[in-house]
Ligand binder design. Sequence first.
Ligand code: ZN
Length: 251
Amino acid sequence: MYEVYALKYGERDTTTCQFFYRETSHAPLTLDYFVWLILGGPHPVLVDTGFREDDAQKRGIRNYVSPAAVVERAGVKPDQIPMALISHLHYDHWAGHSLFPKADFWVQQDEVAFWTGPFAREPAFSASANVEALSRLVTLNYASRMRIIHGDHEVLPGIRVHRVGGHTAGLQIVSVQTARGTVVLTSDASHFYRNVETRQPVQIITSLPEMLAAFETIHALAGKEKLIVAGHDPQVAERFTRVEDGIIKIA
Ligand SMILES: [Zn+2]
């Protein structure tokens, strides 16, 4: 049976009107930044890679620590991770890939197509891009380290990716079978619990219907145990078990 950990590597302050769809309130909002680690299988599995110091500086991130350092604190050396499931290619999920030098990266074909396609350069989308990190998609692919998949896929027994789109063109979420039930790592299919629980979208979207459908997919996958891990919500630390600073055990 698998164990799942949320590993926090930074924080950023914004306001609700900058974030939630058609929200008018100026109330403050803090985003936590996470990668997720799945242990207990034949090898560790990382979900997303975070970002490096350059993005932390550029984007006003508080309390940044390298995602590699947090993974190491959780007991796994970054160069001992052979598999990283990439929810989507925004900077905060992909730009840290070089911190994990032995990993293959599993990403949806729609996601790769979008960020190498005609709309990626538009400011509405490019604000979420680390262009240098995106350019590495090509070299990593020719080095046979990209696993470009289309649709739902079982990557190991009991660990599945599910393409939902919505927030980005090929966003995928991850379900993991654990002793406590099915853990659903939503990543940015639900940045906050408020998204999935009240069906409120965020402002960064490629498809609003897909984002709304993704909320239903999350609930269906989670079942009655409701082990839903929102992608950027500080509440993750309250709803699950804090092991030590920045390390939260989900199941
Ligand atoms: Zn994100």
